[in-house]
Design a protein around this ligand. Structure first.
Ligand code: FAD
Length: 417
């Protein structure tokens, strides 16, 4: 069913009785799939969509242990951007932003892509120099970037604490094309688009094992039985290490918790995305009016999708340091997600040493913005058995060869990336 103004009108006139479910709720079939994707998050579903649309591979199942959107794709703070410094990252994230710009037409779904800008604040001369460097690197690659002085930042976001601040704001780096996207609509839209091309989306079906015969993957064991497949693609985000271990692989990944918070709804206040440079805090406002914000990882390893109270206090302190008026608001919701933190802070999209087994992981807390390009590049890697030019640097063996992509320069300390 194509969504359009006409279909809206037709259904309104017929009492909205003819809307069909957005996708079929399938169980895995008994015969062999060309590709089984483990994980029905944003990356798994985007991969299924581009496999079907770009490569014509439609004999595909996405196997999801919960429901579509129950993982990080429905838990993030919805920020998209491509303001990276390093060569391996910049083209990939810029391609992702370009795909976001055409996404709603591509999948015929309103994902509320909003290019409201992402403003990174700097609080010292050294930080401003680092921002100038990153902005110049972005512009050299054709990515939009503007270095703002304090007066320009004040004109744009006058409600921040400029006059009595503990960490005075010196300026900012603005990416006007960055912004937000409604996160669960991304999962639903990709699920619907993949389903419409024949992909089976199997919810409430957990992968419990990966069957390997003579060094080659032949399928996955699930709670609904064995599913035979020519190729198995892992896109399990925070559970990547557990799923890869089923095929005997030990990944350079640690899983950490990250929390997000939403305030009660207020009138339009923040019309961009703001990040605090003296700590780790980011904030935007949803179309419903709630302020959506988050900060650092909780700092310990866990697979539980919930966080701890010390981090709540830490995030609130950072928010108050930047924007004291936040103290007048009530928080109505918070939640946690499990992040697949890699050793250099960059992702992995690659084949694995096991034939027929492919890996998409290591998204840290920035994988939402990567969803379209990740799906695009993973689909290419699976279909052609070689990386796309945009994921050529995201190799699994870079941790052995030393070709790391350490955007933050933190070294092999996953919880600092
Ligand atoms: C609080 C928070 C804020 C964030 N903010 C941002 C942000 O602003 N911008 C940004 O770019 N990124 C952000 N992220 C990161 C981003 O959400 C993730 O990197 C990205 O969503 C991960 O990819 P995914 O959507 O495929 O993951 P998921 O949605 O987690 O998908 C993985 C799926 O695999 C399934 N799965 C796991 N094990 C199995 C199994 N054995 N069998 C079957 N299925 C299985 C899970 O149930 C899950 O649905 C944030 C994350 C969190 C938690």
């Amino acid at each position: 069913m194509k969504y359009s103004a006409l279909s809206l009108l037709r259904n309104a006139l017929s009492g909205n009785r003819d809307w069909k479910p957005a996708w079929r709720d399938m169980s895995p079939r008994g015969d062999e799939y060309d590709v089984v994707i483990v994980g029905g998050g944003g990356h798994g579903l985007a991969t299924a969509h581009y496999l079907a649309k770009v490569h014509g591979i439609t004999n595909v199942a996405v196997i999801e242990k919960g429901y579509v959107g129950s993982g990080n794709v429905g838990r993030n703070t919805t920020i998209i951007r491509s303001n990276y410094l390093l060569p391996g990252n910049t083209p990939f994230y810029e391609w992702s932003l370009k795909l976001w710009e055409g996404l709603e037409q591509d999948i015929n779904y309103n994902a509320m892509v909003s290019q409201r800008g992402v403003l990174n604040l700097c609080h010292s001369d050294a930080q401003r120099d680092a921002f100038a460097r990153r902005g110049n690197a972005m512009r050299m690659c054709g990515v939009d970037a503007e270095l703002l002085d304090q007066a320009q930042v004040r004109a744009m976001v006058p409600y921040l604490d400029f006059d009595n601040a503990r960490f005075p704001i010196r300026g900012g780096l603005l990416q006007p094309r960055g912004g937000t996207v409604r996160h669960d609509a991304v999962a639903w839209g990709y699920a619907r688009a993949a389903d419409s091309r024949g992909v089976d989306i199997c919810q409430n079906c957990e992968v419990t094992g990966i069957r390997v015969e003579n060094g080659r993957t032949v399928g996955v064991e699930t709670t609904k039985g064995f599913v035979r497949a020519k190729k198995v693609a892992l896109a399990a985000a925070g559970n990547s290490s557990r799923v890869a271990a089923m095929a005997g692989l030990r990944l350079p990944i640690e899983t950490h918790v990250l929390q997000a918070f939403v305030s009660e709804a207020v009138k339009p206040l923040i019309d961009t995305v703001i990040t605090f440079g003296a700590g780790h805090f980011y904030i935007s406002q949803s179309d419903k009016g709630g302020l959506v914000f988050g900060g650092d990882l909780d700092g310990y390893n866990s697979y539980a999708q919930r966080g701890s109270l010390p981090l709540v206090e830490h995030v609130m302190e950072e928010g108050m340091a930047l924007m004291p008026m936040l103290g007048r608001l009530r928080i109505v919701r918070s939640w946690g997600g499990v992040m697949d933190m890699s050793m250099d802070g960059s992702p992995i999209i690659d084949r694995t040493p096991v034939d027929g087994l492919y890996l998409n992981a290591g998204w840290c807390y920035g994988g939402f913005k990567a969803t379209p390009a990740s799906g695009w590049c993973f689909a290419h890697t699976i279909a052609r058995d070689e990386p796309h030019e945009f994921n050529a640097a995201f190799r699994l063996d870079r941790f052995a060869t030393g070709h790391l992509i350490d955007e933050k320069g933190q070294g092999p300390t996953p919880n600092l990336h």
